[in-house]
Design a protein around this ligand. Structure first.
Ligand code: PNS
Length: 160
């Protein structure tokens, strides 16, 4: 039986921290499905198609990862994809409460789906898509936090 995990998120855009989690997750799972939540209610910098393209380009050489989108409940999507785990990265204590609530709710909704947390690599402890966008919006250099293709896209989006 293949061990399949869903790595869900907004990935707006993908960061080096996400890539680190996916790579390390592959030591635990045979396949990781990186799935972008289709969430029209949440304002994003990049369209879903752009985010998928950036994920694909950033992880093209990594065997065992695939990319998809989903809407509705994560646990339903996991079941549909025959995955019995959700993979999430955890950075600081500040992530804990939100992740804890989500994991418990997901477990209540479907006890067959376990959430697995990996502590983020120390290098990426302060890396988040939101903080990267915030810095880049005002011309901050984020080139060591995102893959080169993503850095180019960010610069273009902010017009420099
Ligand atoms: O990268 P993000 O924005 O922190 O990811 C959040 C995500 C997509 C993992 C979460 O919002 C999610 O799973 N949404 C789908 C709806 C759902 O099943 N929620 C969990 C039960 S409350």
């Amino acid at each position: 039986m293949q061990r399949i995990a869903i790595y869900p998120g907004s990935f707006d855009p993908v960061t080096n921290g996400h890539i680190d989690i996916a790579k390390r997750g592959l030591k635990l799972f045979d396949r990781i499905i990186i799935a972008i939540l289709l969430n029209p209610g949440k304002q994003s910098l990049f369209t879903v198609e752009e985010r998928l393209e950036m994920l694909d380009e950033s992880m093209s050489g990594i065997e065992g990862v695939e990319f998809d989108t989903f809407d509705g409940l994560l646990v339903d999507y996991a079941q549909k994809r025959k995955a019995n785990a959700v993979l999430r990265g955890m950075r600081a204590v500040s992530d804990f409460e939100y992740e804890f609530q989500m994991a418990l709710m997901n477990r209540k909704l479907n006890r067959e789906v376990e959430t697995v947390f990996l502590m983020t690599g120390l290098r990426w402890i302060f890396t988040s898509s939101s903080i990267i966008k915030e810095a880049a919006r005002f011309g901050g250099d984020v080139s060591d936090m995102v893959p080169p293709g993503v850095n180019r896209q960010i610069k273009t989006r902010f017009g420099y």
